[in-house]
Design a protein around this ligand. Structure first.
Ligand SMILES: CCC/C=C/C(=O)SCCNC(=O)CCNC(=O)[C@H](O)C(C)(C)COP(=O)([O-])OP(=O)([O-])OC[C@H]1O[C@@H](n2cnc3c(N)ncnc32)[C@H](O)[C@@H]1OP(=O)([O-])[O-]
Ligand SMILES: NC(=O)C1=CN([C@@H]2O[C@H](COP(=O)(O)OP(=O)(O)OC[C@H]3O[C@@H](n4cnc5c(N)ncnc54)[C@H](OP(=O)(O)O)[C@@H]3O)[C@@H](O)[C@H]2O)C=CC1
Length: 567
């Protein structure tokens, strides 16, 4: 019967008894499968019995030995009891894999004391409880191997300060225990620090976070996420005699992501959005996902899709590790993005109507970078970057679209952008199509003007019609009410393919890779798109700067230094 295809030799752990906490799901389950396939008697323990029973059944079906126990690692007495029960039932405890753990995501500023304590209690205290129980109950006298799964913490973990602190505590505790428990008790103790791993753990996160994760999987030096098998292999190695002189280390299994995290700028340019050139290791048996009724990996669909992609394009099994190149078909041959020109009937209409539609700048060598539909959840990240680069841009904001401008965080972002000298323009209250006869143009413009007046004390003169759409009636209204109507001549279409930075940038390349003598540009992207705010905007700005253009707000690029707003 085909079983987990470990890279290690068969029977490596034959006769050993190893406890894997949290072994009913994700990484822990994979570790349990691999160690059982290598001959160990595995005990998996966690709070919920059902996942444990399923995994026990899977392992037994494949010919392995697996026992289950209920355990809450936060409960020291329960930890002690579980170790006692294992020793009573199986006679010993050769290995302990502290895999149980986790957290919720939250910016540090919004974290409550209770939330912080909960995550510290689970990870740091829980791991301590297990180490102490294993030491007191068996290993202190007989020796053994301990491996704790932490998380890569080298430069902090944004939005998970609590878990970063707990895991850093575990890493340090591990070093001390290696020193204290090594010489006399024959214990080796190490940590494995995964980067982002395609596993059931991702199911704990909100859909928005899963979306973001699914889009950013290439943003580390290995340009992909890791697999459960790659973490499990590190654990098996550290438990094995091959690591018998390795003690007190933290082995990062993160594709190098911890090396570059925290660098304020430029990292994105070093990453490879085209996909990974690295082999992917997946130890699950080849064939369908559910051979013998065993589901290989149980991550959220969008994350699981990444794995299927790695499998489809890469060589994913132990027997066939080979270089793989993940090139989404959309990137294989760049699709040129045409520079839009105003439809002929509108050019004619503009001549008659009250407002003309502006597509380019007048100041020589200027490039106005504009963002629509925001503020978005990550506009503040973009503002941080713009501040560091000392660059000013234009934000055409909505009142109620991706976000509600009255939400205090969103309102604060508008105020911050304004105070920093960026130009705030109107993009209508609700992103309504001004060319549609059903749209109340006056309401759309006035409602946002009133909200902005409250926030920044002024009403914008510059506006961008949603979808770039105008009609004679709209232009007449806008002209009569003193608005300047700004469209663009570089359209990234980032909203259609937010994670395809190469395609987004193609619009810039189409504009700037030809003779640009006497030309000026206004580009369009959307800061409401998280990946545009966090990544693409920076790629675009670096590119425009590399071509020698001066980036400025639309008002400046039209030579208008005073008339951006009115009272
Ligand atoms: C980061 C690097 C990559 C890592 C990836 C992985 O690890 S993937 C693996 C991922 N796998 C896992 O993480 C698996 C293990 N994770 C867990 O069991 C839970 O996530 C746990 C750690 C919160 C513990 O749960 P529990 O049942 O013991 O606790 P509880 O529910 O009773 O909450 C206690 C308090 O915590 C607070 N708080 C909780 N949630 C939120 C939130 N979403 N928002 C804000 N706050 C939140 C809140 O204060 C709450 O008290 P309240 O205000 O309600 O009175
Ligand atoms: N997936 C990833 O990208 C990364 C994961 N990690 C870490 O790897 C480990 C495994 O993660 P993963 O498999 O992805 O996530 P899962 O959420 O699938 O696994 C967590 C496991 O821990 C168990 N658990 C949670 N709290 C307790 C508790 N108090 N007592 C006993 N068991 C508990 C859960 O079972 P039950 O609920 O039944 O108790 C579950 O089986 C975790 O420590 C995680 O933080 C680190 C970095 C990245």
């Amino acid at each position: 019967m085909s079983t987990y295809r470990s890279i290690f030799k068969k029977d490596l752990f034959k006769g050993q008894v190893i406890l894997v906490t949290g072994g009913g799901t994700g990484i822990g389950r994979c570790i349990a499968h691999e160690l059982a396939a290598l001959g160990a008697t595995i005990i998996i323990a966690a709070r919920k019995s059902e996942p444990l029973k399923i995994v026990q059944d899977e392992i037994q079906k494949l010919g392995g030995i697996c026992d289950t126990m209920l355990l809450n690692i936060r409960d020291a007495a329960m930890a002690t009891q579980v170790i006692e029960d294992i020793v009573a039932k199986h006679g010993k405890l050769d290995g302990l894999v502290n895999n149980a753990g986790g957290q919720f995501m939250s910016p540090a500023s919004q974290l409550t004391s209770k939330g912080f304590s909960t995550v510290i209690d689970l990870n740091l205290n829980g791991t301590y409880n297990m180490c102490k129980a294993a030491f007191d109950g068996y290993m202190g006298e007989h020796g053994g191997q301990i491996v704790t799964i932490v998380a890569e913490t080298r430069n902090g973990i944004p939005r998970a300060m609590h878990t970063g602190a707990a895991r850093a505590g575990i890493i340090n505790m591990t070093k001390t225990l290696a020193i204290e428990w090594g010489p006399y008790n024959g214990i080796r103790i190490n940590c494995v620090a995964p980067g982002l791993i395609i596993s059931s753990g991702m199911k704990n996160y909100h859909e928005t976070m899963v979306d973001l994760l699914a889009h950013s999987h290439w943003m580390n030096p290995t340009s992909r996420y890791g697999t459960e098998s790659e973490v499990s292999a590190a654990v098996a190695f550290l438990l094995s005699p091959a690591a018998s002189y390795i003690n007190g280390v933290n082995l990062e299994v993160d594709g190098g992501s911890s090396l570059s995290k925290g660098n304020p700028e430029g990292d994105e340019l070093k990453y490879n959005p085209e996909g990974s050139h690295h082999p992917v290791y997946i130890g699950w048996p080849e064939g369908a996902d559910n051979v013998h009724g065993i589901k290989h990996v149980d991550a959220p669909v969008k994350i699981n899709d990444l794995l299927n992609n790695y499998k489809a394009i890469g060589r994913s099994t132990v027997t066939a590790i080979a270089a793989c190149t993940l090139i989404p078909s959309s990137l294989a041959s760049p699709i040129p993005v045409p520079v839009p020109s105003l439809p002929a009937e509108f050019q004619e209409l503009n001549k008659r109507a009250g407002a003309t539609v502006i597509h380019a700048c007048t100041v020589p060598n200027s490039f106005a970078i504009t963002f629509d539909d925001g503020p978005g959840t990550f506009t503040n990240d973009l503002l941080d970057y713009l501040y560091r680069k000392q660059i000013k841009v234009t934000f055409f904001v909505n009142g109620f679209n991706y976000n509600d401008i009255k939400n205090p965080d969103i309102a604060a972002t508008v105020k911050r952008a304004f105070a920093a000298g960026h130009q705030i323009g109107s993009h209508t209250w609700s992103h309504a199509d001004l060319a549609a006869s059903s749209t109340n143009i006056d309401e759309e413009m006035t409602k946002l003007d009133v909200a902005l007046k409250e926030l920044i004390g002024k009403r914008p003169v510059y506006m961008r019609p949603p979808y770039g759409n105008t009609s004679p009636a709209a232009l007449e209204y806008l002209g009569a009410h003193g608005y300047k109507v700004i469209n663009w001549n570089v359209d990234t279409d980032d909203w259609q393919h937010p994670s395809n930075f190469k395609l987004n940038l193609q619009a810039y390349k189409n504009a700037l890779q030809r003779d640009t003598t006497g030309k000026t540009f206004i580009s369009l992207q959307h800061d409401a798109e998280p990946l545009t705010a966090q990544v693409f905007s920076k790629i675009a700005i670096e590119y425009v700067l590399s071509k020698g253009f001066n980036i400025m707000p639309v008002g400046s690029c039209l030579g208008d230094n005073d008339g951006w707003y009115r009272d």
